[in-house]
Design a protein around this ligand. Structure first.
Ligand SMILES: Cc1cc2nc3c(=O)[nH]c(=O)nc-3n(C[C@H](O)[C@H](O)[C@H](O)COP(=O)(O)O)c2cc1C
Length: 333
C-alpha cells in the first residue's frame, strides 16, 4: 500500500484514498469554508495519498443538501483552489467528485429521467431531451472549473441513486426515448456527460467514475451490468473506477469488512481497469491484502479517516513519511 501508482501525468504516493464525503459545511452560496481547509488539510498532513473532495454540485438544484460545495459558478473556483493548493503542499494528490443529486436533491426542483419519486421525496420532473442537453452542459462547465481550480483528478458521481445512476438503473428510468429502455440507451446520459467533461478536462490528468456496482434489488443493476458499463467507459477514455453500491432504492445489504471489494475486483478483472475499493475497510492488514492480491489498485477509507486522520502515519512509523513537525511523536523516538 506504500508503492506509488502512476496514472497519466499523476503519481500517487501511496494507495490510500479518502473517498468523497459530504461535509455539509459550505456557505449557502456553495463556497468552501475554513472547515474544508482544516478537514482536507489534516488528511494531507496525515499523508493520505489521494484525497477526493466531497460531492460538489454541478447545478444549484443538484445539491444533496443546502450546505453542499458548489461548482456551478465561477465564484466557487477560488475557494476550491485554496483547498487544492493546501493539500498538494503536503504531498497529496487531490481530486474532486462532481455530482448532481437528481430526484434525491435538496430543495424544490427535483429532476430525473422519469417522474418516479424516491420514497420520502417529491415526484421529480422528467427531463426533456433539451433539458438533458442543458444538464450535460452544466457538467462540462463544472469540469472546466475543476481544471481552473487545479485539481489532479476529476471524478464523476454516477452512484448512490443520484442523477446519473437514475438514468443507468431500470428501477428509476422508464423512458421510451433513446435515454431509456435498452442498456445502451440507459448508458447514453453517462457517456454524454463523460464526453462533455473530457472536452474541458486535461487529457493528461486522470478521469474517474464512481458507480454503484449493484442495486441489490430484482430488476436493478447487477455486477455484470457494471462490468459492461466500465468497459464502455474505458473505451471512452475513463481511467479509474471507484466501486461502491446501492442507493437507488432502499434494499437489504449484508454489511461486513470489505463487503464491496468483490465488486471492485470484478471490474478490475472484467474491464481491465484500475479501481478503488471502498466500504468498511479499516485495518492495514485488509488494505494490504486487497492491494497485494491485486483485487484493487487503491483502497478508500471513509469513516475510518474521519475517526483517525493519521491512519496512514500510524500504519508506517517511518521518519521519511512523517511530517518533520511530528517526528518527536514517532514511536521509536
Ligand atoms: C459523512 C459521509 C458523507 C459521504 N458523502 C459521500 C459523497 O459525497 N459522495 C460519495 O460518493 N459517497 C459519499 N459517502 C460514502 C463514502 O464515500 C464511502 O463510500 C462510504 O462511507 C463507505 O466507506 P467506509 O465504510 O470506509 O466509510 C459518504 C459517507 C459518509 C460517512
Amino acid at each position: 500500500m506504500f508503492t506509488p501508482f502512476e496514472l497519466k501525468s499523476v503519481t500517487f504516493p501511496n494507495r490510500i484514498v479518502m473517498p468523497p464525503m459530504c461535509m455539509y459545511s459550505a456557505t449557502e452560496a456553495g463556497e468552501a469554508t475554513d472547515w474544508h481547509l482544516v478537514h482536507y488539510g489534516t488528511r494531507a498532513v496525515g499523508k493520505v495519498g489521494f484525497i477526493i473532495l466531497e460531492a460538489t454540485a454541478v447545478e444549484k438544484r443538484g445539491r444533496l443538501s443546502g450546505q453542499d460545495l458548489g461548482i456551478w459558478d465561477d465564484s466557487h473556483i477560488p475557494g476550491l483552489r485554496k483547498v487544492v493548493e493546501l493539500c498538494r503542499a503536503h504531498g497529496s494528490v487531490v481530486g474532486i467528485q462532481i455530482a448532481h443529486a437528481g430526484r434525491k436533491a435538496w430543495g424544490e426542483e427535483l429532476v430525473a429521467p422519469s417522474a418516479l419519486a424516491f420514497p420520502g421525496f417529491a415526484v421529480p420532473h422528467a427531463l426533456s431531451k433539451g433539458e438533458i442537453a442543458q444538464v450535460v452542459e452544466s457538467w462540462r462547465q463544472a469540469a472546466r472549473r475543476a481544471r481552473e481550480a487545479g485539481f489532479d483528478v476529476l471524478q464523476i458521481h454516477a452512484a448512490h441513486g443520484y442523477l446519473i445512476h437514475e438514468f443507468l438503473s431500470p428501477l428509476s428510468n422508464q423512458r421510451r426515448d433513446e435515454y431509456g429502455g435498452a442498456f445502451q440507451n440507459r448508458l447514453r446520459f453517462l457517456l454524454e456527460v463523460v464526453e462533455a467533461v473530457q472536452s474541458e478536462w486535461p487529457e493528461d490528468k486522470p478521469l474517474s467514475v464512481r458507480l454503484s456496482a449493484v442495486d441489490y434489488l430484482e430488476g436493478g443493476l447487477t455486477i455484470a451490468d457494471t462490468v459492461e458499463i466500465s468497459k464502455a467507459l474505458k473505451a471512452q477514455g475513463v481511467d479509474l473506477m471507484d466501486i461502491s453500491s446501492g442507493g437507488i432504492l432502499s434494499a437489504r445489504i449484508e454489511l461486513g469488512p470489505g463487503y464491496q471489494v468483490p465488486f471492485a475486483e470484478a471490474v478490475k478483472k472484467g474491464a481491465e481497469m484500475p479501481t478503488i475499493a471502498v466500504g468498511l475497510i479499516t485495518t492495514p492488514e485488509l488494505v494490504q491484502e486487497i492491494i497485494s492480491n491485486g483485487r484493487a489498485d487503491f483502497v478508500a477509507l471513509g469513516r475510518e479517516l474521519l475517526r483517525n486522520p493519521y491512519w496512514v502515519l500510524q500504519a508506517k512509523a517511518d521518519p521519511e513519511l512523517w511530517p518533520k513537525q511530528y517526528q518527536r511523536a514517532l514511536p521509536q523516538n
